[in-house]
Design a protein around this ligand. Structure first.
Ligand SMILES: Nc1ncnc2c1ncn2[C@@H]1O[C@H](COP(=O)(O)OP(=O)(O)OP(=O)(O)O)[C@@H](O)[C@H]1O
Ligand SMILES: [Mg+2]
Length: 241
């Protein structure tokens, strides 16, 4: 079942947070989720360990150091899980091309800063190269991350405009800057398990995570975002698009 890879070659763009929010929301809905933690800093695996090494419907695979091991893990996870999420390191890595080429969808978290847009531009270049040289059209979307809930900053407007000129699809739902999204890393567990009395705006954070996951799913299954070969395969197998 689908593999979604999270990529931005600049560190701190919000990849692991975006992985965590999608993984926990899909798990809450009852899907079996497997996360491949391909970041040597192991942030996702650390969250899993902090959560006691057991979160319902979530499995984690770590120690992915080479492209071949990554490809193997992705193929195995595709068989086992309803959704596989791949968390890549925030740097230039040889894992990037392989991960993108084996994905059904690529999500590129972008913070409203120029440096961040550069990391995203690198991922878009690799996707362009795959399409041109290998005729591999991997559907992809940008998700704006760490967005201030109160103001639409100038930097963010610049990023949106830049992406629009490149005809890059941007999710309508941004991931907002919320204390809950930090706390869930520090405390382990899921947003559902945090205490509303101790975490500010927890209801808004949950709502944001649900809307984001909902939009990702509709994007992953939309015909428009799929390569023609995938559309044909899905129509043949009778799976709903
Ligand atoms: N929406 C958010 N609200 C609050 N804090 C956030 C949000 N997104 C990210 N952060 C915080 O910003 C930091 C970087 O985020 P994150 O680890 O998700 O980025 P990353 O792209 O995975 O980084 P790296 O490239 O190092 O793997 C973390 O401390 C995280 O808790
Ligand atoms: Mg990370």
């Amino acid at each position: 079942m689908p593999i979604i890879t999270f990529a931005n070659s600049k560190g701190g763009a919000g990849k692991t947070t975006a992985v965590l929010l999608l993984a926990t929301e899909l798990a809450r809905r009852g899907y079996r989720v497997e996360v491949i933690d391909a970041d040597p800093q192991n942030w996702f695996s650390r969250w899993f360990a902090t959560s006691g090494g057991a979160v319902r419907n979530i499995a984690v695979t770590g120690y992915v150091k080479t492209e071949d091991v990554l490809a193997e893990r992705m193929a195995e996870a595709r068989e086992r899980a309803d959704y596989t999420l791949v968390d890549l390191p925030g740097m230039m890595t040889p894992l990037l091309v392989r991960a993108l080429s084996l994905s059904d969808h690529v999500l590129i978290p972008v913070q409203g800063s120029a440096m961040d847009a550069q990391g995203a531009a690198h991922v878009l270049e690799v996707l362009g190269w795959l399409a041109e040289k290998a005729r591999l059209h991997v559907p992809h979307s940008v998700v704006l991350s760490r967005v201030n809930p109160l103001v639409s900053t100038r930097a963010l407007t610049v990023v949106r405009a830049l992406l629009a000129t490149r005809k890059v699809h941007v999710l309508d739902t941004p991931i907002v800057e919320r204390a809950a999204f930090r706390d869930v890393f520090d405390l382990g567990g899921t947003l559902e398990e945090l205490d509303p009395a101790r975490v500010s705006n927890l209801d808004k954070a949950r709502e944001n995570a649900r809307a984001y996951a909902h939009e990702v799913l509709s994007r992953v299954w939309s015909r428009e975002a799929m390569a023609p070969a995938e559309q044909a395969a899905i129509t043949k197998s009778g799976r709903a698009a």
